[in-house]
Design a protein around this ligand. Sequence first.
Ligand SMILES: Nc1ncnc2c1ncn2[C@@H]1O[C@H](COP(=O)(O)OS(=O)(=O)O)[C@@H](OP(=O)(O)O)[C@H]1O
Length: 450
Amino acid sequence: MGEAVNGPRTFPNHIYHDQLNNNQGGNHIGREIVRSCDPTVLDTLALTMTKSNGTRSHYSLRNGLVAPKWHKTMGCCAFIISSVLYSLKRFGSYITKKVSWPLMFITLMMSIFMFTLFTDFIPFNRIVYSKDADNSAKGFIPLKGNTQSDRSALHLRRDVYGSDPKITLPLPRASTSSFNALSANGSQQGKAIKRFPACIVFGVSKCGTKAVIEYLKLHPHVVAPRSEINFFNNETLQHQHGLDWYIQQMPPSLDHQITVEKSPDYFQNHLCADLIRAAAPATKLILLLREPIERLVSEYMQLSEKRPGLPEFDKWVIGQDTGDVDQRVPSVMVSAYSEHVSYWLSVFPREQIHIIESQSLRDYPLQEMRRVEKFLNLQPFFQPDDFYYNSTRGFYCMRMRFSGKTQCLGKSKGREHITVSQSIMEKLQNFYQPYNNKLKQILSLDFPWL
Ligand SMILES: Nc1ncnc2c1ncn2[C@@H]1O[C@H](COP(=O)(O)OS(=O)(=O)O)[C@@H](OP(=O)(O)O)[C@H]1O
């Protein structure tokens, strides 16, 4: 399992950006692989990004700033020209005698303006990174991206460039405890502060993620934000606000409490795995899995409520051109769990991911929550009286221990499902079978639907 680095970090000064296509609705994920280092240049990180159309753009990271190289060159030229002009004028050169001072001033201002306009600054302290136990370091530089291929983060992998010399950058620690220091209140003993989550419920949507987070919040040692933050799958948030903003979205917690966040759409966005790992490699993860067709229908019911023009279920899942299950429908591919689980398992060790079968949580919330408690190293808290079966809703609701008040999930949970025709059901079953088989193999788990 990875571990956060204490003290200064080592980093390469050349990285290479490879384009990967993760087949998630055509999204491109950028992954940078370090190729070489120049130990003599201690403050420069050069990046080469290869875009999907094959063109390359060069970036340099110097003195804490990252900028496309040609923009920077242009800005520098403008600055140098105006400085030369200014000096000539100042010392009374014959050529510039005729140029008035206001014109000189405007030229100078224009140059500075151009420099800032064409330069995309990103301070060093926006980089988040960590070092693994195997001595591999990973880092992210959120980049403003106009195209899919410019997507949010550059991923540096120390493990693929071997023993090349590195540079040392004075960067903040990327560990849970360091994130506490980022809190607005500061970390003072006995004082509630906002913390990076110790655990993230990262998927899968429509599998009971809300239920698990609401049940967890009954525990006095758990705090969780009211709504999904969706930070690691939102490049705008990452670029504009950074990790400190993310932490600010968490409720304050005391030292003996843990913060838990749920954003189930992280699951199918594979880059989230790398980003979470780089931000805090020890983050525990909870994953809920539901019978894939049931999950798909549940998502369809939600979508059809939000989008009245959505086609009927049959037409939505079956490609009219092919007559087969339509893999271009993102919701269809979310239920192809093995595709995503295998990626998360390539980033996080298996013991760091707790998996809950959705129906089991629905039927046996006490047992499942006790397992979660153990996984999170929480003091045993859950008791039978904390849950009661609500026959109208068709699932267990919660009973507050001290006030005795009851609480159920909102009306968006427990929608009536449409009946799927036999022929469509068969097509879906055949479609998901290989994915289910693979899931069973990689997880060594035996759910009733596997
Ligand atoms: N206790 C419990 N255990 C397991 N499953 C439960 C539980 N309570 C609710 N549900 C069902 O979970 C479905 C909603 O899942 P999510 O909360 O993950 O939805 S969301 O992604 O946050 O929108 C939603 O499914 P549908 O009813 O099919 O829509 C809920 O009924």
